[in-house]
Ligand binder design. Sequence first.
Ligand code: UDP
Length: 481
Amino acid sequence: MEEIKGSCIILYPSPGVGHLVSLVELGKLITRHHPNSFSKIIILITTAPHLDSGATAPYISSVSSTTPSIIFHHLPTTPLPPNSKSSVDALHYEVQSFNNANVLQALQTISSTQYKIKAFIMDFFCNAASEVSSVLNIPTYYFIVSAASSLSAFLYLPTMHQKITTSFKDLNAYVQYPGIPPIFSSDVPDPVLDRNSVEYEYCMEAAIKMAKSDGIIVNTFYGLEPRAISAISDGLCIPDAPTPPIYCIGPLLCENQMDSEDNESLVWLNSQPSKSVIFLCFGSLGVFVEEQLKEIAVGLENSGQRFLWVVRSPPPKDDDYENKSTLAPHEFDLEGFLERTKGRGLVVKSWAPQVAVLSHDSVGGFVTHCGWNSIMEAVCAGIPMIGWPLYAEQRMNRVFLVEELKIGLGLDKSDGGSFVRGAEIEKRVRELMESDNGERMRHRVLELRDAAKVAMTDEDGSSRVALTKLITVCGKCNLEQ
Ligand code: UDP
Protein backbone atom coordinates (compact mmCIF):
# COMPACT_ATOMS: atom_id res chain seq x y z
CA MET A 1 0.00 0.00 0.00
CA GLU A 2 1.34 3.44 -0.95
CA GLU A 3 2.09 5.87 1.84
CA ILE A 4 -0.43 8.72 2.40
CA LYS A 5 1.37 11.92 1.35
CA GLY A 6 -0.74 14.53 3.14
CA SER A 7 -4.20 16.01 2.74
CA CYS A 8 -6.22 17.26 -0.20
CA ILE A 9 -9.55 18.72 -1.12
CA ILE A 10 -11.51 17.50 -4.10
CA LEU A 11 -13.27 19.88 -6.48
CA TYR A 12 -15.90 18.41 -8.79
CA PRO A 13 -17.05 20.84 -11.52
CA SER A 14 -19.81 20.32 -14.04
CA PRO A 15 -18.55 20.47 -17.64
CA GLY A 16 -19.15 23.69 -19.58
CA VAL A 17 -16.85 26.63 -19.46
CA GLY A 18 -18.90 28.82 -17.10
CA HIS A 19 -19.05 26.06 -14.49
CA LEU A 20 -15.62 24.51 -14.83
CA VAL A 21 -13.57 27.69 -14.90
CA SER A 22 -15.13 29.16 -11.72
CA LEU A 23 -14.43 26.05 -9.68
CA VAL A 24 -10.86 25.78 -10.97
CA GLU A 25 -10.42 29.46 -10.10
CA LEU A 26 -11.60 28.63 -6.57
CA GLY A 27 -8.79 26.05 -6.44
CA LYS A 28 -6.28 28.68 -7.57
CA LEU A 29 -7.60 31.14 -4.99
CA ILE A 30 -7.11 28.58 -2.20
CA THR A 31 -3.55 27.81 -3.29
CA ARG A 32 -2.78 31.55 -3.46
CA HIS A 33 -4.12 32.55 -0.03
CA HIS A 34 -3.74 29.27 1.89
CA PRO A 35 -0.77 27.60 0.21
CA ASN A 36 0.08 25.33 3.14
CA SER A 37 -3.38 24.15 4.15
CA PHE A 38 -3.53 21.13 1.83
CA SER A 39 -0.89 19.18 -0.08
CA LYS A 40 -2.99 19.12 -3.23
CA ILE A 41 -6.22 20.29 -4.75
CA ILE A 42 -7.57 17.54 -6.97
CA ILE A 43 -10.09 18.44 -9.66
CA LEU A 44 -12.27 15.69 -11.12
CA ILE A 45 -12.92 16.31 -14.80
CA THR A 46 -15.96 14.87 -16.57
CA THR A 47 -15.88 14.55 -20.33
CA ALA A 48 -19.17 15.64 -21.89
CA PRO A 49 -18.67 17.02 -25.40
CA HIS A 50 -22.35 17.98 -25.79
CA LEU A 51 -22.10 20.38 -22.83
CA ASP A 52 -18.59 21.68 -23.35
CA SER A 53 -18.95 24.14 -26.20
CA GLY A 54 -16.19 26.49 -25.01
CA ALA A 55 -12.79 24.91 -25.37
CA THR A 56 -11.62 24.18 -21.83
CA ALA A 57 -8.67 21.88 -22.70
CA PRO A 58 -6.15 24.73 -23.27
CA TYR A 59 -7.27 26.39 -20.01
CA ILE A 60 -6.82 23.12 -18.06
CA SER A 61 -3.41 22.53 -19.52
CA SER A 62 -2.32 26.09 -18.72
CA VAL A 63 -3.44 25.75 -15.07
CA SER A 64 -1.68 22.35 -14.84
CA SER A 65 1.58 23.82 -15.99
CA THR A 66 1.46 26.97 -13.84
CA THR A 67 -0.05 25.60 -10.60
CA PRO A 68 1.61 22.30 -9.61
CA SER A 69 -0.45 21.95 -6.41
CA ILE A 70 -3.56 21.52 -8.59
CA ILE A 71 -3.99 18.09 -10.16
CA PHE A 72 -6.62 17.28 -12.79
CA HIS A 73 -8.01 13.77 -12.51
CA HIS A 74 -9.90 12.85 -15.70
CA LEU A 75 -12.81 10.51 -15.09
CA PRO A 76 -13.51 7.92 -17.81
CA THR A 77 -16.08 9.05 -20.36
CA THR A 78 -19.52 7.67 -19.54
CA PRO A 79 -21.66 7.26 -22.65
CA LEU A 80 -25.18 8.63 -22.45
CA PRO A 81 -28.02 6.22 -23.10
CA PRO A 82 -28.58 5.95 -26.87
CA ASN A 83 -31.29 8.26 -28.26
CA SER A 84 -31.39 10.33 -25.08
CA LYS A 85 -34.14 12.95 -25.41
CA SER A 86 -33.06 14.84 -22.32
CA SER A 87 -32.86 18.63 -22.41
CA VAL A 88 -29.51 20.33 -21.78
CA ASP A 89 -30.70 21.16 -18.25
CA ALA A 90 -31.56 17.53 -17.51
CA LEU A 91 -28.32 16.35 -19.11
CA HIS A 92 -26.29 18.49 -16.71
CA TYR A 93 -27.66 16.43 -13.83
CA GLU A 94 -27.80 13.09 -15.65
CA VAL A 95 -24.21 13.06 -16.88
CA GLN A 96 -23.08 13.41 -13.29
CA SER A 97 -25.33 10.67 -11.95
CA PHE A 98 -23.98 8.21 -14.56
CA ASN A 99 -20.55 9.12 -13.21
CA ASN A 100 -21.06 8.08 -9.60
CA ALA A 101 -19.22 4.75 -9.94
CA ASN A 102 -16.21 6.60 -11.40
CA VAL A 103 -16.31 9.22 -8.66
CA LEU A 104 -16.47 6.50 -5.99
CA GLN A 105 -13.50 4.72 -7.47
CA ALA A 106 -11.47 7.93 -7.78
CA LEU A 107 -12.16 9.02 -4.19
CA GLN A 108 -11.40 5.55 -2.80
CA THR A 109 -8.12 5.35 -4.68
CA ILE A 110 -7.08 8.85 -3.63
CA SER A 111 -7.93 8.41 0.04
CA SER A 112 -6.46 4.94 0.39
CA THR A 113 -3.23 5.45 -1.51
CA GLN A 114 -2.46 9.16 -1.81
CA TYR A 115 -4.08 11.93 0.24
CA LYS A 116 -6.52 12.18 3.09
CA ILE A 117 -9.58 13.97 1.67
CA LYS A 118 -10.58 16.92 3.85
CA ALA A 119 -13.52 18.18 1.78
CA PHE A 120 -15.49 17.43 -1.36
CA ILE A 121 -16.68 20.61 -3.11
CA MET A 122 -19.02 20.06 -6.03
CA ASP A 123 -21.01 22.08 -8.53
CA PHE A 124 -24.71 21.88 -7.73
CA PHE A 125 -25.30 19.96 -10.99
CA CYS A 126 -23.12 17.19 -9.49
CA ASN A 127 -25.66 16.69 -6.71
CA ALA A 128 -25.83 12.92 -7.36
CA ALA A 129 -22.24 12.60 -6.09
CA SER A 130 -23.35 13.61 -2.57
CA GLU A 131 -24.35 9.94 -2.18
CA VAL A 132 -20.73 8.94 -2.81
CA SER A 133 -19.18 11.49 -0.47
CA SER A 134 -21.62 10.65 2.31
CA VAL A 135 -20.89 6.89 2.01
CA LEU A 136 -17.20 7.74 2.33
CA ASN A 137 -17.85 10.10 5.23
CA ILE A 138 -16.29 13.10 3.46
CA PRO A 139 -17.62 16.59 4.35
CA THR A 140 -19.58 17.85 1.35
CA TYR A 141 -19.93 21.43 0.12
CA TYR A 142 -21.92 22.79 -2.82
CA PHE A 143 -20.47 25.38 -5.15
CA ILE A 144 -22.88 27.85 -6.75
CA VAL A 145 -21.77 29.48 -9.99
CA SER A 146 -24.74 31.79 -9.87
CA ALA A 147 -25.91 34.68 -7.71
CA ALA A 148 -26.75 34.42 -4.00
CA SER A 149 -30.09 35.83 -5.16
CA SER A 150 -30.65 32.72 -7.31
CA LEU A 151 -29.50 30.56 -4.41
CA SER A 152 -32.20 32.15 -2.26
CA ALA A 153 -34.85 31.00 -4.76
CA PHE A 154 -33.22 27.57 -5.15
CA LEU A 155 -33.09 26.83 -1.43
CA TYR A 156 -36.65 28.10 -1.06
CA LEU A 157 -37.96 25.82 -3.84
CA PRO A 158 -39.21 23.00 -1.54
CA THR A 159 -41.09 25.60 0.54
CA MET A 160 -42.49 27.31 -2.57
CA HIS A 161 -43.53 23.88 -3.85
CA GLN A 162 -45.81 23.52 -0.83
CA LYS A 163 -47.12 27.09 -1.11
CA ILE A 164 -48.24 26.94 -4.72
CA THR A 165 -49.97 24.10 -6.50
CA THR A 166 -49.52 25.24 -10.11
CA SER A 167 -46.43 25.09 -12.33
CA PHE A 168 -44.64 28.44 -12.56
CA LYS A 169 -45.18 28.35 -16.33
CA ASP A 170 -48.98 28.49 -15.78
CA LEU A 171 -49.06 30.76 -12.71
CA ASN A 172 -48.96 34.15 -14.41
CA ALA A 173 -48.20 36.08 -11.22
CA TYR A 174 -45.29 37.52 -9.25
CA VAL A 175 -43.69 35.21 -6.69
CA GLN A 176 -41.79 36.41 -3.63
CA TYR A 177 -38.59 34.75 -2.41
CA PRO A 178 -36.64 35.87 0.67
CA GLY A 179 -34.28 38.79 0.12
CA ILE A 180 -34.82 39.37 -3.60
CA PRO A 181 -37.19 41.48 -5.73
CA PRO A 182 -40.51 39.88 -6.78
CA ILE A 183 -39.96 37.55 -9.75
CA PHE A 184 -42.60 37.05 -12.41
CA SER A 185 -43.47 33.34 -12.51
CA SER A 186 -42.36 32.83 -16.13
CA ASP A 187 -38.96 34.36 -15.24
CA VAL A 188 -37.95 31.55 -12.85
CA PRO A 189 -35.12 29.34 -14.16
CA ASP A 190 -36.01 27.07 -17.10
CA PRO A 191 -35.62 23.76 -15.22
CA VAL A 192 -38.22 24.66 -12.59
CA LEU A 193 -40.90 26.11 -14.89
CA ASP A 194 -42.84 22.83 -15.07
CA ARG A 195 -43.38 21.04 -11.76
CA ASN A 196 -44.09 17.78 -13.58
CA SER A 197 -40.78 17.72 -15.45
CA VAL A 198 -37.76 15.60 -14.67
CA GLU A 199 -35.62 18.78 -14.48
CA TYR A 200 -37.87 20.11 -11.72
CA GLU A 201 -37.46 16.85 -9.82
CA TYR A 202 -33.64 17.08 -10.11
CA CYS A 203 -33.74 20.65 -8.78
CA MET A 204 -35.95 19.68 -5.84
CA GLU A 205 -33.58 16.83 -4.94
CA ALA A 206 -30.56 19.12 -5.21
CA ALA A 207 -32.22 21.83 -3.09
CA ILE A 208 -33.09 19.32 -0.36
CA LYS A 209 -29.61 17.75 -0.31
CA MET A 210 -27.91 21.15 -0.42
CA ALA A 211 -29.84 22.26 2.65
CA LYS A 212 -28.30 19.33 4.55
CA SER A 213 -24.73 19.84 3.30
CA ASP A 214 -21.72 21.05 5.29
CA GLY A 215 -21.72 24.41 3.53
CA ILE A 216 -22.53 26.36 0.38
CA ILE A 217 -19.88 28.36 -1.47
CA VAL A 218 -21.09 31.17 -3.72
CA ASN A 219 -19.27 33.13 -6.40
CA THR A 220 -20.41 36.53 -5.17
CA PHE A 221 -19.46 39.07 -2.49
CA TYR A 222 -21.43 40.47 0.39
CA GLY A 223 -21.44 44.08 -0.83
CA LEU A 224 -23.10 43.05 -4.11
CA GLU A 225 -26.03 41.10 -2.67
CA PRO A 226 -26.39 41.96 1.02
CA ARG A 227 -30.19 41.42 1.13
CA ALA A 228 -30.13 37.96 -0.43
CA ILE A 229 -27.06 36.80 1.52
CA SER A 230 -28.55 37.96 4.83
CA ALA A 231 -31.91 36.31 4.03
CA ILE A 232 -30.16 32.98 3.43
CA SER A 233 -27.84 33.25 6.45
CA ASP A 234 -30.78 34.26 8.67
CA GLY A 235 -32.54 31.00 7.78
CA LEU A 236 -35.41 32.53 5.79
CA CYS A 237 -34.89 30.26 2.77
CA ILE A 238 -34.93 27.00 4.76
CA PRO A 239 -37.61 27.85 7.33
CA ASP A 240 -38.04 24.38 8.86
CA ALA A 241 -34.40 23.28 9.40
CA PRO A 242 -30.96 24.78 10.08
CA THR A 243 -29.27 26.55 7.17
CA PRO A 244 -25.72 25.37 6.35
CA PRO A 245 -22.95 28.00 6.50
CA ILE A 246 -22.79 30.22 3.39
CA TYR A 247 -19.33 31.24 2.13
CA CYS A 248 -19.40 34.17 -0.35
CA ILE A 249 -15.85 34.07 -1.67
CA GLY A 250 -16.12 35.90 -5.03
CA PRO A 251 -15.77 37.38 -7.47
CA LEU A 252 -13.78 34.58 -9.09
CA LEU A 253 -12.55 35.62 -12.52
CA CYS A 254 -10.65 33.64 -15.06
CA GLU A 255 -7.40 35.56 -15.24
CA ASN A 256 -5.93 33.68 -18.13
CA GLN A 257 -8.31 32.77 -20.90
CA MET A 258 -5.44 31.95 -23.21
CA ASP A 259 -5.88 35.44 -24.59
CA SER A 260 -2.90 37.04 -26.11
CA GLU A 261 -2.27 40.65 -26.89
CA ASP A 262 -2.41 39.93 -30.60
CA ASN A 263 -5.99 38.67 -30.34
CA GLU A 264 -8.06 40.28 -33.11
CA SER A 265 -10.59 41.87 -30.73
CA LEU A 266 -7.96 43.33 -28.41
CA VAL A 267 -5.90 44.69 -31.29
CA TRP A 268 -8.98 46.38 -32.76
CA LEU A 269 -9.95 47.84 -29.36
CA ASN A 270 -6.49 49.41 -29.11
CA SER A 271 -7.42 51.74 -31.95
CA GLN A 272 -10.75 52.89 -30.46
CA PRO A 273 -11.34 55.90 -28.17
CA SER A 274 -11.74 55.44 -24.43
CA LYS A 275 -15.13 54.04 -23.24
CA SER A 276 -16.58 54.31 -26.77
CA VAL A 277 -17.32 50.67 -27.64
CA ILE A 278 -20.38 48.61 -26.77
CA PHE A 279 -19.46 44.92 -26.45
CA LEU A 280 -22.05 42.25 -27.31
CA CYS A 281 -21.41 38.69 -26.18
CA PHE A 282 -23.90 35.99 -25.19
CA GLY A 283 -21.99 33.39 -23.20
CA SER A 284 -20.76 29.99 -24.22
CA LEU A 285 -24.10 28.81 -25.64
CA GLY A 286 -26.03 31.92 -26.72
CA VAL A 287 -27.29 31.85 -30.30
CA PHE A 288 -29.92 33.75 -32.29
CA VAL A 289 -31.93 32.89 -35.36
CA GLU A 290 -30.92 34.75 -38.51
CA GLU A 291 -33.84 37.23 -38.33
CA GLN A 292 -32.78 38.26 -34.83
CA LEU A 293 -29.16 38.71 -35.91
CA LYS A 294 -30.38 41.07 -38.63
CA GLU A 295 -32.35 43.13 -36.11
CA ILE A 296 -29.25 43.42 -33.90
CA ALA A 297 -27.31 44.61 -36.93
CA VAL A 298 -29.98 47.24 -37.69
CA GLY A 299 -29.97 48.42 -34.07
CA LEU A 300 -26.20 48.71 -33.93
CA GLU A 301 -25.93 50.47 -37.26
CA ASN A 302 -28.64 53.02 -36.40
CA SER A 303 -27.26 53.65 -32.90
CA GLY A 304 -24.17 55.25 -34.43
CA GLN A 305 -22.09 53.67 -31.64
CA ARG A 306 -18.85 51.75 -31.98
CA PHE A 307 -19.34 48.05 -31.29
CA LEU A 308 -17.58 44.71 -30.85
CA TRP A 309 -20.03 41.86 -31.46
CA VAL A 310 -19.34 38.17 -30.86
CA VAL A 311 -21.58 36.11 -33.13
CA ARG A 312 -22.11 32.38 -32.92
CA SER A 313 -23.52 30.66 -35.98
CA PRO A 314 -27.32 30.78 -36.05
CA PRO A 315 -29.16 27.47 -35.93
CA PRO A 316 -30.37 25.96 -39.16
CA LYS A 317 -33.90 27.12 -40.01
CA ASP A 318 -36.81 25.08 -38.62
CA ASP A 319 -34.73 23.86 -35.73
CA ASP A 320 -35.50 24.10 -32.05
CA TYR A 321 -32.50 26.29 -31.35
CA GLU A 322 -33.22 26.82 -27.67
CA ASN A 323 -32.46 23.17 -27.01
CA LYS A 324 -29.26 23.03 -29.02
CA SER A 325 -25.82 23.59 -27.63
CA THR A 326 -23.84 22.71 -30.71
CA LEU A 327 -24.89 24.05 -34.04
CA ALA A 328 -24.23 23.26 -37.61
CA PRO A 329 -21.94 25.90 -39.11
CA HIS A 330 -24.15 28.17 -41.16
CA GLU A 331 -23.05 31.46 -42.54
CA PHE A 332 -25.44 34.34 -42.37
CA ASP A 333 -25.65 37.31 -44.63
CA LEU A 334 -25.60 40.65 -42.89
CA GLU A 335 -26.58 42.46 -46.07
CA GLY A 336 -23.77 44.92 -46.41
CA PHE A 337 -23.84 45.75 -42.70
CA LEU A 338 -20.21 44.76 -42.22
CA GLU A 339 -19.14 46.95 -45.12
CA ARG A 340 -21.17 49.98 -43.98
CA THR A 341 -19.92 49.81 -40.39
CA LYS A 342 -16.30 49.09 -41.25
CA GLY A 343 -14.00 50.99 -38.93
CA ARG A 344 -16.54 51.62 -36.21
CA GLY A 345 -17.55 48.01 -35.60
CA LEU A 346 -15.99 44.58 -35.48
CA VAL A 347 -17.82 41.25 -35.66
CA VAL A 348 -15.89 38.22 -34.42
CA LYS A 349 -17.03 34.66 -34.81
CA SER A 350 -17.82 32.45 -31.82
CA TRP A 351 -15.44 33.66 -29.13
CA ALA A 352 -13.63 36.71 -27.74
CA PRO A 353 -11.48 36.84 -24.59
CA GLN A 354 -14.28 38.43 -22.57
CA VAL A 355 -12.45 39.28 -19.34
CA ALA A 356 -9.68 41.03 -21.26
CA VAL A 357 -12.19 42.77 -23.54
CA LEU A 358 -14.31 44.08 -20.65
CA SER A 359 -11.28 45.48 -18.88
CA HIS A 360 -10.00 47.21 -22.02
CA ASP A 361 -10.20 50.99 -21.68
CA SER A 362 -12.09 51.38 -24.98
CA VAL A 363 -15.11 49.38 -23.79
CA GLY A 364 -17.94 51.42 -22.27
CA GLY A 365 -20.97 49.09 -22.25
CA PHE A 366 -21.87 45.41 -22.46
CA VAL A 367 -24.91 43.66 -23.94
CA THR A 368 -25.00 40.37 -22.04
CA HIS A 369 -27.12 37.22 -21.86
CA CYS A 370 -26.96 37.66 -18.06
CA GLY A 371 -24.87 34.57 -17.32
CA TRP A 372 -23.63 35.10 -13.79
CA ASN A 373 -19.94 34.92 -14.72
CA SER A 374 -20.51 37.56 -17.36
CA ILE A 375 -22.26 39.86 -14.89
CA MET A 376 -19.47 39.42 -12.34
CA GLU A 377 -16.82 40.07 -14.97
CA ALA A 378 -18.58 43.29 -16.00
CA VAL A 379 -18.90 44.40 -12.36
CA CYS A 380 -15.17 43.79 -11.84
CA ALA A 381 -14.41 45.87 -14.93
CA GLY A 382 -16.86 48.62 -13.93
CA ILE A 383 -18.95 48.28 -17.12
CA PRO A 384 -22.75 48.93 -17.14
CA MET A 385 -24.90 46.44 -19.01
CA ILE A 386 -27.95 45.75 -21.15
CA GLY A 387 -29.51 42.46 -20.08
CA TRP A 388 -30.79 40.07 -22.75
CA PRO A 389 -31.45 36.76 -20.97
CA LEU A 390 -31.54 33.62 -23.09
CA TYR A 391 -31.57 30.45 -20.96
CA ALA A 392 -31.10 28.87 -17.51
CA GLU A 393 -31.53 31.33 -14.60
CA GLN A 394 -30.68 34.38 -16.74
CA ARG A 395 -34.18 35.95 -16.68
CA MET A 396 -33.86 36.14 -12.90
CA ASN A 397 -30.35 37.57 -13.17
CA ARG A 398 -31.74 40.30 -15.40
CA VAL A 399 -34.14 41.28 -12.61
CA PHE A 400 -31.22 41.56 -10.11
CA LEU A 401 -29.19 43.53 -12.62
CA VAL A 402 -31.91 45.99 -13.56
CA GLU A 403 -34.10 46.27 -10.46
CA GLU A 404 -31.87 45.45 -7.51
CA LEU A 405 -28.36 46.52 -8.54
CA LYS A 406 -29.51 49.18 -11.04
CA ILE A 407 -26.42 48.72 -13.17
CA GLY A 408 -28.18 47.51 -16.29
CA LEU A 409 -31.06 48.21 -18.67
CA GLY A 410 -33.62 45.67 -19.81
CA LEU A 411 -34.82 45.20 -23.39
CA ASP A 412 -38.49 45.15 -24.33
CA LYS A 413 -39.44 42.12 -26.35
CA SER A 414 -41.87 42.62 -29.22
CA ASP A 415 -45.37 41.11 -28.97
CA GLY A 416 -44.61 39.50 -25.63
CA GLY A 417 -42.40 36.96 -27.43
CA SER A 418 -38.65 36.55 -27.36
CA PHE A 419 -37.88 38.72 -30.42
CA VAL A 420 -36.22 42.13 -29.95
CA ARG A 421 -36.62 44.73 -32.69
CA GLY A 422 -33.70 46.73 -34.04
CA ALA A 423 -35.31 50.01 -32.90
CA GLU A 424 -35.38 48.78 -29.29
CA ILE A 425 -31.73 47.72 -29.49
CA GLU A 426 -30.79 51.12 -30.93
CA LYS A 427 -32.72 52.93 -28.18
CA ARG A 428 -31.14 50.98 -25.32
CA VAL A 429 -27.62 51.14 -26.73
CA ARG A 430 -27.93 54.92 -27.05
CA GLU A 431 -29.38 55.17 -23.54
CA LEU A 432 -26.52 53.17 -22.05
CA MET A 433 -23.74 54.92 -23.93
CA GLU A 434 -25.07 58.50 -24.17
CA SER A 435 -27.66 59.34 -21.52
CA ASP A 436 -27.52 60.58 -17.93
CA ASN A 437 -29.19 57.36 -16.87
CA GLY A 438 -26.35 55.41 -18.49
CA GLU A 439 -23.89 57.64 -16.66
CA ARG A 440 -25.60 56.96 -13.31
CA MET A 441 -25.34 53.22 -13.91
CA ARG A 442 -21.68 53.59 -14.83
CA HIS A 443 -21.09 55.43 -11.58
CA ARG A 444 -22.84 52.70 -9.53
CA VAL A 445 -21.00 49.85 -11.22
CA LEU A 446 -17.67 51.59 -10.60
CA GLU A 447 -18.53 51.72 -6.89
CA LEU A 448 -19.31 48.00 -6.98
CA ARG A 449 -16.04 47.33 -8.82
CA ASP A 450 -14.15 49.03 -5.99
CA ALA A 451 -16.15 47.11 -3.38
CA ALA A 452 -15.31 43.83 -5.15
CA LYS A 453 -11.62 44.72 -5.04
CA VAL A 454 -11.77 45.41 -1.31
CA ALA A 455 -13.70 42.17 -0.65
CA MET A 456 -11.07 40.11 -2.45
CA THR A 457 -7.80 41.85 -1.69
CA ASP A 458 -7.98 43.40 1.80
CA GLU A 459 -7.06 40.95 4.57
CA ASP A 460 -10.34 41.78 6.28
CA GLY A 461 -12.33 41.97 3.03
CA SER A 462 -15.58 39.96 3.28
CA SER A 463 -14.60 37.38 0.64
CA ARG A 464 -11.10 36.85 2.12
CA VAL A 465 -12.63 36.34 5.58
CA ALA A 466 -15.20 33.88 4.18
CA LEU A 467 -12.46 31.91 2.40
CA THR A 468 -10.37 31.71 5.56
CA LYS A 469 -13.39 30.45 7.51
CA LEU A 470 -14.04 27.79 4.89
CA ILE A 471 -10.42 26.61 4.81
CA THR A 472 -10.22 26.54 8.60
CA VAL A 473 -13.34 24.38 8.83
CA CYS A 474 -12.10 22.04 6.06
CA GLY A 475 -8.65 21.81 7.66
CA LYS A 476 -10.12 20.74 10.98
CA CYS A 477 -11.94 17.78 9.47
CA ASN A 478 -10.44 14.55 10.80
CA LEU A 479 -13.17 12.03 10.18
CA GLU A 480 -12.33 8.37 9.49
CA GLN A 481 -12.77 7.64 5.76
N1 UDP B 1 -16.76 33.73 -22.57
C1 UDP B 1 -15.69 34.29 -23.22
N2 UDP B 1 -15.83 34.60 -24.54
C2 UDP B 1 -16.96 34.38 -25.24
C3 UDP B 1 -18.07 33.82 -24.56
C4 UDP B 1 -17.94 33.51 -23.22
O1 UDP B 1 -14.61 34.51 -22.65
O2 UDP B 1 -17.01 34.71 -26.42
C5 UDP B 1 -16.61 33.39 -21.14
C6 UDP B 1 -17.10 34.51 -20.25
O3 UDP B 1 -16.04 35.40 -19.97
C7 UDP B 1 -17.57 33.76 -19.01
C8 UDP B 1 -18.01 32.43 -19.56
O4 UDP B 1 -17.43 32.27 -20.84
O5 UDP B 1 -16.51 33.59 -18.11
C9 UDP B 1 -19.51 32.33 -19.70
O6 UDP B 1 -20.08 32.16 -18.44
P1 UDP B 1 -21.49 32.75 -18.08
O7 UDP B 1 -21.82 32.29 -16.70
O8 UDP B 1 -21.52 34.21 -18.30
O9 UDP B 1 -22.46 32.12 -19.15
P2 UDP B 1 -22.71 30.63 -19.68
O10 UDP B 1 -21.84 30.42 -20.85
O11 UDP B 1 -22.42 29.69 -18.52
O12 UDP B 1 -24.15 30.68 -20.06
